[in-house]
Design a protein around this ligand. Structure first.
Ligand code: URA
Length: 451
């Protein structure tokens, strides 16, 4: 390490578009985490990265330094190839709730570290915590014990996992430097690589309800993430999926648990409108089963997963997970025992026609208004609140028919929420059609069409 490094010189170097060496980057990250580099200098550095980017080599180094700021969990003594999934976040994206027990029920261990809701997107931890008693704060020892015993565990980031990311992410959030591909890639992958996994499947969302609105940006981010994962010896593949309408029918924590339980129970309780959710879930879980060595192709993996849902094995594994993490199994077995919102209000269609678009960004915002999400990190969440869609893209609708149902305890927001949800639907006289939510697949060979 060069002890004569000067933070201002390094900020200037990046500002001028030059690459930083490993020692220079270590000096910055180490200094920031240990308090010798103040937030105003790290903010300036992050903004320089935002405008100037990083080379592939710098991004890999940045990720390694973020990873090395904390512990890398060692799960090598647990048999089987451990595989996880990460999604860049969407509206109504409850895939992890279904996929983690599903893949574990196919004998592929799933150690999953998840996040909370961010902006208009929900977070897996908040959804799990809507199950009474479910604990997402675990010690590393509990994490190891649960995965060893039942083959699946789902918890939040601890202070031992990538602490540099924890501190830097909070700073990015308030300095308008979140939407930057090398910073996002380092942040996501440092946490995922710390989990002790052998392989990773990524869901990179694109469209109106996603952080990467354009397909080109999603491909850029996906390619960077795939290169980093494979660069660390973790076999990684990505899928770019469409977030131009909410996934499935429910937006809101407990409402999403209910939809997930219906999906895990197979055809008996599932709405036809959850078909897109299951398309994404089967594709990602099929890829995980393939990477976990329990199928010879992704397609075969998808078949194995379908059989696990149909046989009830996936649902049983979900109940085991709920019990292992302190959750109330009875509330899952008897979904109607959960308290209901004081306002349950239909949003009626202002006209007849065909649903062309549903603005998922706007529905994500309205769900926050109803109480389902946060505008500040420590805002409380109403677990019951949210939206259930009655109409999705491709449906026909008559004037006065319900488009959606709102759930909230907040009387004062009902009128505004009802108006905004109706406005979020684009209804035309021209028939519309449903398309696949899976747009393409990314691996080390490049980008491939997938369906
Ligand atoms: N999710 C993360 O974990 N980090 C980012 O930078 C963006 C999304």
């Amino acid at each position: 390490m060069n002890f004569y490094m000067n933070t201002v010189d390094l900020i200037r170097k990046k500002r001028n578009g030059e690459s930083l060496s490993e020692d220079e980057m270590r000096f910055l990250i180490h200094g920031y985490v240990h308090g010798s580099i103040p937030e105003y200098q790290m903010s300036a550095f992050l903004m320089a990265v935002y405008f100037r980017g990083m080379s592939d080599e710098e991004t890999l180094t940045f990720t390694r330094l973020m990873l090395d700021s904390g512990k890398r969990i060692d799960l090598t003594d647990i048999p089987g190839r451990k595989v996880d999934k990460h999604s860049t976040g969407g509206v109504g994206d409850k895939v992890s709730l279904i996929l983690a027990p599903l893949v574990a029920s196919c004998k592929v261990p799933v150690p999953m570290i998840s996040g909370r809701g961010l902006g208009h997107t929900g977070g897996t931890l908040d959804k799990l915590e809507s199950i009474p008693g479910f604990r997402t704060t675990l010690t590393l020892e509990e994490y190891r014990n649960i995965i060893q015993r039942i083959g699946v565990v789902m918890m939040g980031q601890t202070s031992e996992i990538a602490p540099a990311d924890k501190k830097m992410y909070a700073l990015r959030d308030v300095t308008a430097t979140v939407e930057c591909i090398p910073l996002i890639a380092g942040s996501i992958m440092s946490k995922k690589l710390a989990e002790g996994i052998d392989a990773l499947v990524l869901d990179i969302k694109t469209g109106r309800g996603a952080f990467m609105e354009t397909y080109e940006k999603a491909i850029d981010l996906g390619t960077t993430l795939v290169k980093i994962g494979n660069g660390f010896g973790v076999r990684t593949i990505g899928f770019v999926t469409d977030m131009n309408e909410p996934l499935g029918i429910a937006v809101g924590n407990w409402l999403e648990v209910v939809e997930s339980v219906h999906c895990l129970q197979g055809k008996r309780g599932r709405s036809d409108h959850s078909a897109d959710l299951m398309e994404v879930t089967y594709t990602l879980s099929g890829a995980m089963v393939y990477l976990g060595g329990k199928a010879n192709s992704i397609e075969e993996g998808i078949q194995v997963c379908r059989e696990s849902i149909d046989s009830g094995r996936a649902y049983s594994k979900f109940l085991e997970l709920v019990e292992a993490q302190g959750g109330d199994v009875e509330s899952i077995e008897n979904l109607s025992s959960y308290p209901l919102s004081t306002n349950i209000v239909e949003v009626k269609s202002p006209k007849g026609g065909f649903i062309q678009e549903i603005d998922s960004f706007e529905l994500g915002q309205v769900s926050i208004l109803l109480g389902a999400g946060r505008t500040k990190l420590d805002d409380p969440i109403d677990m019951k609140a949210g939206i259930v869609l009655r109409k999705k893209v491709g449906d026909s609708v008559m004037q006065g028919e319900p488009l959606a149902v709102l759930y909230t305890d907040k009387d004062s927001v009902v009128t505004e929420a009802r108006h905004r949800v109706a406005q979020a639907y684009t209804i035309t006289a021209v028939p519309s059609s449903r398309t696949s939510r899976i747009i393409s697949m990314i691996d080390m060979e490049g980008v491939h069409p997938f369906n």
